[in-house]
Write a protein that binds this ligand. Structure first.
Ligand code: SAM
Length: 272
């Protein structure tokens, strides 16, 4: 197989100047890309859904790891560059031009894919919430996602910390998130203002008898007024004060002191 051209050449040849509007910050470091592609585990013959491949740096690393990739990219300028990559890895890469927020991703796969993405902040968070809100166990095997470091910290946050909130509960009540690596801003072209981190999330069993909409109602109300005591912040959630009593949760506590298990216990009572 012929050598792939350096990514910087691909960018130049296809005129892929980074677009701010599309949140484009590209990665070129082969070793770093290979490390990110290893985060989901052994990819030999595994299916991967990549969102936002751009010029295809991470896509290459995933293909070199043996994965079969379906990639959704919104920027049509990147499609010819990705088509070249597809020629280089016959039958291994499908490129879909479109908006990841609109594509019916589960329909692209027979089995369960790993999801891998380096996305702009707003799109990444919207997709994460959607993927975590899927029917459980979900249609994906794992998530390997680049975020601003501050968002990554909110996903893995423990109680009694500033970062702990709705996102932590959503990410932790039926999956295990961890920060797999931090990535210095200088690794990107152009460099963003803040540091980044790769989060790896693996789904676990969903706790029995708990409805997600109820859990979200509680965390939304509790963290919506995170400085207030729960007896105040949960006043508008029917049955919440009685549920706290049956679960032995003091109503003078504040949202950030409750463990994920305690939120789940309250949601279970209110889901009944
Ligand atoms: N994966 C490449 C890398 O690591 O170098 C590019 C990363 S760049 C931060 C984000 C990519 O996501 C861009 O190529 C951008 O065009 C694409 N993108 C942004 N919003 C998107 C969306 N809604 N759907 C699909 N792709 C999107």
């Amino acid at each position: 197989m012929s050598e792939l051209p350096p990514l910087r050449d691909v960018i130049r040849r296809h005129g892929l100047s980074a677009s701010k509007a599309l949140g484009q910050n590209f990665l070129f470091d082969h070793q770093l890309l290979a490390r990110i592609a290893k985060v989901p585990g052994d990819l030999a013959e595994a299916e991967v859904f990549e969102v936002g491949p751009g010029p295809g740096g991470l896509t290459r690393a995933l293909l070199e790891g043996g994965a079969r990739v379906a990639a959704v990219e919104r920027d049509r300028r990147c499609i010819p560059a990705l088509a070249e990559l597809s020629d280089h890895f016959p039958d291994k890469l499908r490129v879909i031009e479109g908006d990841a927020l609109e594509v019916d991703a589960p329909a692209l796969f027979d089995g369960k894919p790993h999801i891998v993405a380096n996305l702009p902040y707003n799109v990444g968070t919207a997709l994460l919430v959607r993927w975590l809100s899927a029917e459980w166990r979900p249609w994906w095997k794992s998530l390997t996602l680049m975020f601003q470091k501050e968002v990554a910290e909110r996903i893995v946050a423990a109680p009694d910390t500033e970062s702990y909130g709705r996102l932590a509960v959503l990410a932790q009540w039926r999956s295990t998130p961890r920060i797999a690596m931090t990535v210095h801003r200088s690794a990107f072209t152009p460099p963003p203002k803040v540091m980044s981190a790769v989060v790896h999330i693996v789904p676990t069993e969903t706790p029995a008898g708990v409805r997600l909409s109820v859990l979200e109602g509680i965390t939304g109300a509790a963290f919506g007024q995170r400085r207030k005591m729960l007896r105040q912040s949960l006043k508008g959630v029917p049955g919440a004060l009685a549920a706290m009593e049956t679960q032995g949760i003091e109503s003078s506590r504040r949202a950030e002191t409750l463990s994920v298990d305690e939120f789940v216990a309250l949601a279970r009572v209110l889901s009944a």
